[in-house]
Each structure stands twice: as C-alpha cells, then as structure tokens.
Design a protein around this ligand. Structure first.
Ligand code: 3MF
Ligand code: MG
Length: 343
C-alpha cells in the first residue's frame, strides 16, 4: 500500500485542443470527472478558481462563496478533499500582459481581486493552499518590463494574499517559459529566494512540476531535494517531458524512467506527505485518445508511481553503500538500471 495520497485537476481530462488544432473530443461534465477520479484512486482534487466557480468575474463575492460551498458538497459526496485553489490569471483578457506584474494598474488590481477570491474559494473548499503558476509574469518583449519592478510587484501580490487570509499558504509553481518568453521566477531556487522577501516567509513555499524543471534544463529530483532541504516542498506536479521544448505534461515516467524513479526516491526518503501534502499529477491526455479512454494517462501515471515506489522499497542500500565506499559509481549505475529492468 502506498504511503502517499494523490491528487489531480479537472483540466487534466480535456477536449484535446492544442496550439495548432481545435477540440477533438466532447466535454465530460465536472461531476463525472470527480466521480471517476475517486474510482481511479485519487484522494483530492486540484482547482483553478474558475474550475470551482465558472463565470466568477460576473459574480458578487457572496455568490462566489456560495457557489464554492456547493462544490464542497459535491466533493463530500464522493469522499474527496480539495488540495489547492489557483487563480487562473492567464486566460482572462485583463491578464494579457501578466497579472501581478502587468504594466496596467487596473489589470494588476484585477489579478489581486482574483487571488483574494481564490482564498475565499479555498476556505469554502476546506483547504489552505493557494497555488500561483506565474504564467504571464515575465515578458514577451524584454524591454517591456523592468525585472526589478516585476519582482517587487510579485511580492506585493503575494503579500496581498498573506495579509487577506492568515490561514492561507502560498505555493509558487515555477516555470521558465511558455506562454511567455522569459519568466521572472523560472525555478524553485527563485521561489525560495522570493519567499524570504514576503510579509510571512513561513507561509510561502513551492510546488515543483517535473516538466517545468526539465524545461529549465534541471533535474526534477534535485529541484525537489533543494525544496525539501528548505522545508518548502508543499506540492508536486509529477509528469514527464521529452527534452527542452513546449510543455508536454506527458504521463509520469513515460519518457525517462530513471529520472522518474529518482523523484519517487527523494519524495519517499525525505517524508514528503508527512504534513498532509499530496502527490499531485499534472498530465495531459494525448490528442489522439478517444473519449472513453481519456483518463488512461492518469491511471498510467499512478500505476508507474506505485511500481516505482516498490522499486524504491527494494533498492539495495547495502550495495549502494558498498559502491559508494569503493567509489565504484559505474557499478551503482548499472545496478540501478538492472533493478529498474527487473534483471
Ligand atoms: C502549466 C501548469 C498549470 C498549473 C496549474 C495549477 C495548467 O504549465 O502546469 O496547469 O499546474 O495552473 O497551478
Ligand atoms: Mg502544473
């Protein structure tokens, strides 16, 4: 039995559109997705603010809270928790030039309004985590924003959430690029540095996505290790990525099994989950998949994670120690490969 609890977001089951083509599958109603997530073995659901409360821009704050309370009842019906709420600050025309770091004052205020509503929604859903994927907080044109000012504006945005609701934690999910060219906060190192300049560093941490680390040319397990060492790994988005190109969100372990194994190893070895953290997935269905089998990537990611947990449990640490003592890393590397191949 896994020591971990798992989560996934409703956007992980979608209609198959990509940057070069429209939808190829029908939509699955929200409740049906929730029900299926539970059947697959999920413990919690990840939310964008408008996954929980669609059309929230045209609603009053009271109406938003009431709509979120209905979602909480739905989660209760299926025995699922909510892991976090993330303001979707990249879809709205108000955030064309970024949210907290937009050059437009009015748009910056809109971003903060949405972030505070995320805190309201999170409270209703019974969770205490706000995730900020800083999608457009950076530049398409480098000369369009001052990077020093950009960092200060990010801190102002984070502080607004911290001051508004003292029970909320803010988890920044770093990504180096896409949809923008240059992100102000590209890696977990930047996240942790920034956290210490906010109003309450103890409530600011990180969520690491495997694909985002790979896009930055970094090793996901080492990035996780860095955040674990700082006591600031409060969420993960496990998936996989074939090199440094557009964000692929492939099934966990589908491209690089050894890299996936090392993520499981570091999470297991260092007690990730002991404070209630979830092993989150952020995986995208292939465009070619038919509607009836559009949850396969979630099932496969979970299945690979569990197989790799067994591999972590049966890893021969005595042999590892011997190899380290003899500095025979060729032997250790070959053992690891054989172990993963069941040979
Ligand atoms: C983009 C992402 C996002 C975030 C999500 C929650 C749409 O690369 O990874 O998924 O994970 O917005 O923060
Ligand atoms: Mg993600």
């Amino acid at each position: 039995m896994s020591q971990f609890k798992f989560s996934v977001g409703p956007w992980n089951v979608h209609e198959g559109a990509d940057a070069f083509g429209p939808d190829v599958r029908g939509s699955i109603p929200f409740e049906e997705k929730i029900k299926k997530f539970k059947e697959i073995g999920m413990d919690a659901v990840q939310f964008h603010d408008d996954d929980a409360v669609p059309e929230m821009n045209s609603m009053t704050e009271k109406q938003i809270k009431e709509a979120a309370a209905d979602v909480k009842s739905l989660l209760n019906k299926y025995g699922l928790a909510a892991e976090f709420v993330a303001p979707r600050l990249w879809m709205d025309p108000h955030t064309m030039d970024g949210g907290f770091t937009s050059n437009s004052k009015e748009d910056r205020e809109f971003a903060i309004w949405r972030a505070l509503r995320s805190a309201d929604i999170a409270r209703q859903l019974g969770c205490d985590k706000i995730v900020l994927w800083l999608a457009r907080e950076g530049t398409l044109c480098q000369e369009s924003k001052d990077p020093v000012e950009g960092n200060k504006r990010l801190i102002d945005g984070i502080n607004a959430i911290l001051n508004y609701d003292k029970s909320m934690k803010v988890l920044i999910e770093p990504k180096p690029n896409e949809p923008i060219d240059r992100s102000f906060i590209p890696t977990i190192g930047h996240v942790i540095g920034l956290s210490y300049r906010t109003a309450d560093p103890n409530r600011v941490g990180g969520l690491i996505e495997s694909a985002h680390a790979i896009l930055a040319g970094l090793d996901p397990a080492n990035e996780m290790g860095y955040a674990l060492a700082a006591g600031k790994l409060w969420g993960v988005h496990l998936n996989d990525q074939n090199g440094m190109k557009f964000d692929q969100d492939k099934s966990f372990g589908a491209e690089n099994l050894r890299q996936a194994f090392n993520q499981v190893l570091v999470l297991k070895k260092h007690g990730f989950g002991n404070n209630g953290e979830y092993v989150g997935l952020d995986v995208k269905v292939m465009r070619t998949q038919k509607l009836e089998v559009s949850y396969r990537h979630i099932e496969n990611s979970l299945s690979v994670f569990r197989m790799l947990e067994k591999k972590a449990d049966t890893f021969d640490w005595a042999f590892q120690k011997k190899c380290v003592a003899e500095r025979d890393y060729e032997a250790l590397e070959h053992y690891t490969i054989k172990h993963l191949l069941n040979m």
